[in-house]
Design a protein around this ligand. Structure first.
Ligand code: NAI
Ligand code: MG
Ligand code: ZN
Length: 276
């Protein structure tokens, strides 16, 4: 959470405040950014699927208009969340990251997963409700482990075929039912590079709204094994000396933080701060 932004469940019946509009093409933006006066935004001809009150920005209530499609609004364009993460100011990114997660959940929970009937929005908590089943569906959060494996002055970094050309990162993967965070980490490391780790140290966490991950970040020491790369998932994996690192992930990612933190500790430099 940032100092300017706090989440809250707000009743869409109240008037005024600010609003963001989200479509499958991203968020609506103009020269002033992605937060609009809500009354103005609601006068535009947007194809609104649902509306959720999501929190307060600088004390003002903020609402999300989740849209069926991206329409034309004069003087505005649509911009994806990733670009806000890479380039935008962090406070705005936090608002939009939260809005994106609520929007994804609202879009995907319009009908009851048990009986298939339409669900209704609860006003006092962030949940969709099916009355016949007495079932509540809350926003989905997917815990994911992310780990920097270290061996003295060396760190193990890998490339997925999805990465930007040249970039190497830490290993990551989603928790499965039945696993502890440590179980998941050990399994993912075995699956992706076939090495063993020891001395697993929790470092910190980060919300990663692409689309709903909760990243739990660790450092772990190499304990044995030769690198064997997982087909399809890992395009290349190797040890890099902390003095000769390849292009690394985006500055705000926890992947980057895990690397920068280890390098700083190894070289006796000031420790970086995690954007969270
Ligand atoms: N913030 C950061 O610094 C970083 C974040 N990440 C995020 O970590 C997450 C996991 O990383 P990956 O290596 O892609 O995961 P992964 O190694 O588990 O592989 C992805 C596969 O997991 C399965 N999957 C997809 N969604 C799932 C879910 N909700 N629960 C369980 N399994 C699921 C699918 O088969 C998918 O192909 C992703 O959301 C990724 O964006 C990854 C690296 C850096
Ligand atoms: Mg992975
Ligand atoms: Zn139901």
């Amino acid at each position: 959470m940032s100092a300017r932004w706090t989440t809250a469940v707000l009743d869409p019946q109240i008037t005024g405040g600010l609003a963001v509009a989200r479509s499958p093409e991203g968020f609506l933006v103009d020269a002033n950014g992605a937060l609009f006066p809500r009354d103005w935004l609601k006068r535009q001809e947007l194809d609104v699927l649902c509306e959720h009150g999501i929190g307060h920005f600088d004390g003002q209530p903020v609402f999300l208009l989740e849209l069926r499609g991206a329409g034309e609004v004069p003087g505005c364009h649509w911009q994806g969340l990733r670009r806000f993460m890479l380039e935008g100011d962090f406070d705005t990114y936090k608002v939009l990251g939260y809005a994106a997660q609520i929007g994804t959940w609202a879009r995907e929970h319009r009908f009851c997963g048990s009986c298939g009937q339409a669900m209704t929005q609860i006003r006092w908590e962030r949940a969709m409700y099916c009355q016949p089943c007495d079932l509540r569906s809350y926003p989905r959060i997917s815990p994911s482990m992310i780990v920097l494996i270290t061996r003295g002055d060396e760190v193990l970094l890998a490339r997925s075929p999805r990465f930007v050309t040249g970039v190497y990162s830490t290993l990551a993967g989603f928790a499965e039912p039945g696993e502890s965070a440590e179980d998941c980490l050990v399994r993912e490391v075995r699956e992706e590079v076939a090495v063993e780790v020891r001395n697993i140290q929790y470092v910190g966490s980060q919300c990663w709204p692409f689309p709903h991950s909760m990243m739990l970040g660790f450092h772990a020491e190499y304990a044995g094994g030769e690198i064997v790369m997982q087909a399809d998932e890992i395009e290349d994996a190797r040890w890099f000396n902390v003095h000769e690192l390849p292009p690394l992930p985006a500055g705000r990612s926890i992947a980057r933080y895990l690397i920068d933190l280890y390098v700083a500790r190894r070289l006796g430099l000031p420790e970086p701060v995690l954007s969270a």
